[in-house]
Design a binder for this molecule. Structure first.
Ligand SMILES: N=c1c2ncn([C@@H]3O[C@H](COP(=O)(O)OP(=O)(O)OP(=O)(O)O)[C@@H](O)[C@H]3O)c2ncn1[C@@H]1O[C@H](COP(=O)(O)O)[C@@H](O)[C@H]1O
Length: 105
C-alpha cells in the first residue's frame, strides 16, 4: 500500500478516536469549516515556503497541505481513488488544450 493510501486508512480510523488523543478526531470535532480553514492555511504556508523558504521548509509545508487535504476528503466521504481516477482521466490531455476547449463553450 502506498503512503497516501495508508494515510487515508489511518485518517478514517482516527476520525472516531477521542479528540483528546487524536489530531484527526479533534479537527473533525471542530467541523468542516475548521478543516477547510486548515487546508487554506497550509496552502498559503506552502506558497510562502516556495517563494521565500528553503527546500526543507517547502517539503514540510507540502506534507502538511497533503495531510489536511486528505482529512478534508475523508470528512466529505470522497475516496482518494476518486481523485486519482480524475487525474487518470486527464492524463495525456494538455492543460492548454483543455482550457481552449472550455473557452469555446
Ligand atoms: N500526517 C500527519 C500530520 N501532519 C501534520 N499533522 C498535525 O497538523 C497540525 C498542524 O499544525 P498547526 O500548528 O497548524 O495546528 P494547530 O496549532 O493544532 O492548529 P490550530 O488549532 O491553531 O488551527 C500539527 O498538530 C501536526 O502535528 C499531522 N497529524 C497527523 N498526521 C498523520 O495522521 C495520523 C493520525 O494522527 P492522530 O489523529 O493525531 O492520531 C498520524 O499517525 C500521522 O500519520
Amino acid at each position: 500500500m502506498d503512503t497516501l493510501a495508508r494515510l487515508e486508512t489511518t485518517i478514517a480510523r482516527r476520525r472516531s478516536a477521542s479528540p483528546d488523543s487524536s489530531y484527526v478526531a479533534k479537527l473533525n470535532a471542530r467541523g468542516l469549516p475548521k478543516i477547510c480553514e486548515k487546508v487554506g492555511e497550509e496552502a498559503t504556508e506552502t506558497v510562502i515556503a516556495a517563494l521565500t523558504g528553503g527546500d526543507t521548509e517547502l517539503i514540510g509545508e507540502a506534507a502538511d497541505l497533503l495531510f489536511h487535504l486528505m482529512v478534508l476528503l475523508s470528512a466529505k466521504g470522497i475516496p482518494l481513488s476518486d481523485v486519482l481516477a480524475e487525474l487518470d482521466r486527464r492524463e495525456g490531455t494538455s492543460g492548454l488544450d483543455e482550457k481552449a476547449a472550455r473557452n469555446t463553450d
